[in-house]
Unconditional design. Structure first.
Length: 316
């Protein structure tokens, strides 16, 4: 049976899920009002950017290091997961991440149909699409369903990826929140004193999910890396997936750095992603001050997001 036939057999535009916006703040962390150290004054004295063939000079767009004040705000404790984003898709009809079709997660929106599906379709889904390491030919209907649901439960807690900036922004609005500014993201990651990594100033290779971690799905389940926790208790800010922020990629005030990327063409993403390899897995990419510039319409296998909210809004 071809994959397209399997898709037609299991999926239609209408969904079976009942979903409402997750607008409460129970899984958000309050970041108190006050100053924090933003950016850095580091210099690439070893010319590593040139050595690694990078067009963007290391550190320059982080200049100058400066204390700035932010009002209190809330930020999600964890990155937005597949299951959370699925509820948004079900409720709004927003397009789903394309990868969901490739890995079979899209069919989790049609569990009622799966419950009634013939065994040959379930075997095709389990073996060909979900790639379960099981002898599906010896499994009955209930066993196949149990295995498929267990696989979906694994996907549920993985950060959603293959979402554009526009997708992330739409989700945050739906949930009664917004994307964090990059200053808010950086303060949540580095604490008030501007430490290099969420856990401190020294790099720990196994503290977060990098290319060397080799998780089955690339991204790790949220909160899996117990050391990747910021001074405020926010998880997975160093690695796992990079995260969209609200801001355009601009020079900081008082910076003398020049770039043809500055302006309203690229959005800022923060945090290191799991798919970096080779020199891209350098520890500098997992620093709280590091800034990435990405086109907001594009999607990536290691870029997701989390939401924020004004503290005053949450109190009303």
């Amino acid at each position: 049976m071809k994959y397209t036939i399997l898709c037609a057999a299991l999926f239609s535009v209408s969904t079976q899920l009942q979903a409402t916006p997750a607008s409460d703040t129970k899984d958000m962390i309050l970041i108190p009002e006050g100053e924090f150290v933003r950016g850095s004054d580091k210099i690439d004295s070893q010319h590593l950017a040139e050595e690694y063939g990078q067009l963007k000079p290391f550190y320059e767009d982080e200049h100058p290091q400066k204390k700035i004040n932010l009002p209190a705000y809330l930020i999600d404790k964890y990155e937005i997961t597949n299951s959370q984003y699925r509820a948004f898709v079900a409720d709004t009809g927003h397009k789903n991440p394309s990868f969901w079709l490739n890995n079979g997660y899209l069919f989790s929106m049609q569990m009622e149909k799966l419950n009634r599906a013939p065994d040959d379709i379930l075997r095709k889904l389990a073996g060909t699409v979900l790639k379960l390491d099981l002898d599906t030919n010896t499994m009955n209907h209930d066993q196949l369903l149990e295995a498929i649901k267990a696989r979906y439960a694994e996907f549920d807690v993985i950060p959603v990826t293959f979402v554009s900036w526009e997708d992330a922004n739409a989700y945050c609005k739906w949930s009664g929140k917004r994307l964090p500014t990059e200053a808010e993201w950086e303060k949540a990651a580095r604490g008030a004193n501007g430490q290099e990594y969420p856990w401190g100033n020294e790099w720990r290779p196994n503290a977060t999910n990098t290319a060397e971690s080799e998780w089955e799905f690339g991204a790790a389940p949220i909160g899996e890396h117990k050391e990747d926790i910021s001074p405020y208790g926010v998880h997975d800010l160093a690695g796992n997936v990079s995260e969209w922020t609200a801001d355009w990629y601009m020079a900081y005030p008082d910076s003398d750095a020049k770039s043809d990327k500055y302006g309203q063409t690229y959005r800022v993403a923060r945090g290191g992603g799991w798919s970096n390899s080779g020199h891209y897995a350098l520890e500098m990419y997992y620093r709280g001050a590091y800034r990435m510039n990405l086109k907001p319409s594009e999607v990536y296998d290691d870029v997701g997001f989390r939401c924020a909210r004004d503290a005053t809004q949450a109190s009303h």
